[in-house]
Design a protein around this ligand. Structure first.
Ligand code: 3YP
Ligand code: ZN
Length: 373
């Protein structure tokens, strides 16, 4: 494998994670008027991203990395025995179970798919740290960034990235890990795992107070020795490409520069896109491309280019593939396949930095002083 290459994890089994019929995000309930439909977190966005990666030819520039199931020991570095045992037991039931909040269903055999998702992120991180590839994207399902030690939630079963980060630190000799989360929802689970740990910096960019409720405010900054090593950037609804880019340039990249990570991980959700049904941000594929360029630059400057991304949310089956393609082709440094929606989406009002967005980002600048490498 060429050390300059970009690794790519995908497995057909991720498409078989069965969230069943729901009324979007709640179980259907005729008495409540909740008509059965598909669950928002269904296979299509990710499966269609994978197919675009193949059809566009990008796959020929990537190094396929085989996911392996995370072991119980690896999962237990983050989760409680009780959580693991419950998921395993419910997975044996004919119709499966729920990861914890009643909105995160999985089908029979869902435990095996969730361990493959966590193991897929581990495999991506391992390939990067060992130098088999320069960087890597793990297109896994179910997602992970909301899962906390004792429970899944928000469509997540296990905390995929946190499990991979712990593996890197305990088995691969990595000391300092930075986790940047650009999913539109707060990366509460990842943050909670490392909340008192000054060697893992978590930075979540999200739409202000969407999910989980009342989570991810600016004053959540880590606890004890970890104070200062959790950063939350709750961007106002309606933030677009240049609001996000301002946050990257003024807070995220400077925080990384102060922290000096040995490895950068990204919780990559595409639900901050202008076309997403579950949130109200305005990113285009070009915004995702520019954010990727910023993180690649930081990784090159700070940690020999070591960067691994793990897929999280994103619910527009038509637009997610173009956003994902833009990110992965930028990581691979290959020519861009045009996003046919870009002329339309980039013409939406709200792409530029707005004063209230700038104010929020500027208010975080003093927090940089509390980060030490
Ligand atoms: C979980 C329930 C309401 C919003 C939903 C968010 C899932 C997600 O994409 N998290 O990143
Ligand atoms: Zn999300």
């Amino acid at each position: 494998m060429a050390p300059s290459a970009t690794g790519y994890v995908y497995h057909e089994l991720f498409g078989w994670h069965d969230t069943g019929t729901a009324a979007g995000l709640m179980p259907s309930d005729p008495a409540a008027g909740l008509q059965p439909f598909v669950h928002f977190e269904n296979a299509e966005t990710k499966r269609r991203l994978h197919e675009l990666i193949v059809i566009s030819g990008l796959v020929d520039s990537l190094v396929r990395i085989r996911p392996v199931h995370a072991s119980e020991q690896q999962i237990l570095r983050v989760h409680t025995d009780e959580h693991l045992a419950r998921i395993k037991a419910e997975s044996e039931l004919p119709k499966g179970g729920d990861a914890g909040d009643g909105m995160s269903p999985f089908g029979h055999g869902g435990y095996q798919i969730a361990t493959l998702a966590a193991g897929g992120v581990i495999a991506a991180v391992e390939a990067v740290v060992k130098g088999d590839v320069q960087n890597a994207y793990a297109l896994v399902r179910p997602p992970g960034h909301h899962a906390i030690a004792e429970s899944g939630m928000g469509f997540c079963t296990f905390s995929n990235l946190a499990i991979a980060a712990r593996h890197a630190r305990e088995q691969l000799g990595v000391e300092r890990v930075a986790i940047v989360d650009w999913d539109v929802h707060h990366g509460n689970g990842t943050q909670s795992v490392f909340v008192d740990d000054p060697l893992v910096l978590t930075i979540s960019l999200h739409q202000d107070n969407v999910f989980p409720p009342n989570s991810g405010a600016v004053d959540e900054r880590g606890t004890g020795a970890g104070h200062g090593y959790a950063i939350n950037v709750p961007l106002p609804a309606g933030t677009g490409d240049f609001g996000y880019l301002y946050a990257m340039d003024e807070v995220v990249v400077p925080a990384l520069q102060r922290f000096r990570p040995d490895l950068i991980l990204v919780a990559s959700g595409f639900d901050a896109s202008a076309m997403d049904p579950l949130a109200r941000q305005l990113l285009t594929s070009e915004g995702y491309r520019l954010m990727t360029e910023r993180l690649l630059g930081a990784a090159t400057e700070l940690c020999a280019g070591r960067l691994a991304m793990s897929h999280e949310g994103g619910y527009n089956p038509v637009y997610v593939p173009f956003c994902g393609l833009a990110v992965i082709e930028t990581m691979a440094g290959v020519p861009h396949f045009a996003d046919p929606y870009l002329p339309m989406v980039s013409g939406f009002a709200g792409r530029s930095l707005q004063p209230h967005q700038q104010k929020l980002v500027d208010s975080l600048r003093p927090f940089l002083d509390d980060i030490h490498g």
